[in-house]
Design a protein around this ligand. Structure first.
Ligand SMILES: Cc1cc2nc3c(=O)[nH]c(=O)nc-3n(C[C@H](O)[C@H](O)[C@H](O)COP(=O)(O)OP(=O)(O)OC[C@H]3O[C@@H](n4cnc5c(N)ncnc54)[C@H](O)[C@@H]3O)c2cc1C
Length: 340
């Protein structure tokens, strides 16, 4: 275990509510680190509907999921939060001094005074293709890309027809030994300009493209060597060191249910006064929580973040008298917010 990263609050989830929680905690001079399993901030807004207009964010008659995310990132910038992406909060345990140690699946450890769970619908997990023995070859199967040089001189097969499949085809084709894209139809769901570029690579013979379905994988000792692709009743053997299925994401509660927090219907039960969970020092805001009358809306999550931040402040500074300051009238806050 590496040296723990120390900070006031760790926010689990960089969705819109996790981002606004950074702002509310920042107003009270509390520092945050933020972790998210995804490779970018914005949660559902950025991952599931970046282009969709949202009409119920106060003072924005209309704003897209992506623009909302970018505005929130701009809003939290004065508080310099530190983001750690592609990190799943896995284990939480209490220390003797009352702090929490939170460990991620990649071994990062945080030593924090408060944990704020803003995990939305839970963790996004890749949809796996229905192919026999898939798990036996897990080291040859990638659902995301950490280091591009792992793909150098490899025979790569990419499955899918959405943005991820197309973007990674463009990114990897010139370092791979061979790259084959397989999609069940000849229509793609990606941006038209990206589809055009991928088809250009196919026409130039730089990648292979097959309309078909991979239904069998072949290899030994956990390493893939080839896949079988059914194409118009014929079976093609495609060389394959790395298989990359991009069939979208599903949401599941993930490790949240093993942290010992009271849940109801797979949601974390909270006090509506403090947004604290059944475990003191662990708070939950946004879609992940539940209480009588809960509405799963971004707007509700923003309100919850403000009350949570004041409760965290009181917990961390039990002897300090705290008075609510308006951002419009506090000169120290204004200075900080204007210097972004
Ligand atoms: C198609 C669609 C349209 C919508 N339209 C609207 C709308 O018009 N107005 C509105 O108010 N709401 C809308 N919503 C709902 C809105 O998107 C959610 O209420 C909002 O995203 C909740 O924000 P959140 O930050 O709580 O969670 P999320 O946005 O779900 O973000 C949670 C984040 O936590 C991360 N995470 C989860 N578990 C872990 C873990 N263990 N470790 C690390 N990271 C983790 C996830 O990767 C994710 O990034 C819509 C939702 C959908 C799907």
């Amino acid at each position: 275990m590496g040296n723990p990263i120390q900070t006031d609050a760790l926010i689990i989830g960089a969705g819109p509510v996790g981002l606004f929680a950074v702002f509310e905690l920042g107003l009270l001079n509390l520092n945050c680190h933020v972790i998210d399993i995804l490779n970018k901030p914005g949660g559902q807004c950025a991952q599931l509907y970046p282009e969709k207009p949202i009409y119920d964010i106060p003072a924005y008659p209309v704003i897209t999921g992506q623009d909302l995310t970018e505005n929130l990132l701009k809003q939290v910038k004065p508080f310099s939060p530190i983001f750690h992406h592609e990190q799943l909060a896995d284990k939480i345990r209490k220390q003797k001094n009352g702090n929490w140690l939170v460990e991620t699946d990649k071994g990062l450890v945080f030593d924090v005074k408060a944990v704020v769970v803003a995990a939305g619908g839970g963790s996004f997990e890749p949809k796996k293709p229905n192919i026999q023995d898939l798990d036996k070859y897990s080291k040859s199967i990638r659902y995301s890309i950490d280091r591009v040089d792992h793909f150098k001189n490899k025979d790569i097969v990419i499955l899918g027809g959405g943005d991820s499949a197309l973007d990674w085809t463009l990114q990897l084709y010139d370092i791979a030994k061979s790259l084959t894209l397989v999609h069940r139809r000849d229509k793609f769901r990606g941006a038209p300009a990206t589809v055009e570029k991928v088809m250009g690579l196919r026409d130039a013979g730089k990648i292979q493209f097959h309309v078909g379905q991979v239904n069998e994988i072949i290899g030994s000792d956990g390493n893939l060597t080839a896949v079988k692709c059914v194409k118009e009743n014929k079976i093609l053997d495609l060389p394959c060191d790395i298989l990359m299925p991009f069939f979208g994401l599903t949401m599941s509660l993930g490790p949240v249910d093993k942290w010992g927090i009271d849940l109801s219907d797979e949601r974390i039960v909270v006090s509506t006064e403090t947004f604290e969970t059944s475990i003191p020092g662990i708070y939950a805001v946004g879609d992940i929580n539940t209480y009588p009358g809960k509405l799963k809306l971004i707007l509700s999550g923003f309100h919850e973040a403000a009350l949570m931040a004041h409760a965290v402040f009181k917990r961390i500074n039990p002897d300090e008298k705290h008075t609510l300051q308006y951002t419009t009238t506090s000169s120290s806050l204004q200075k900080k917010l204007l210097n972004q």
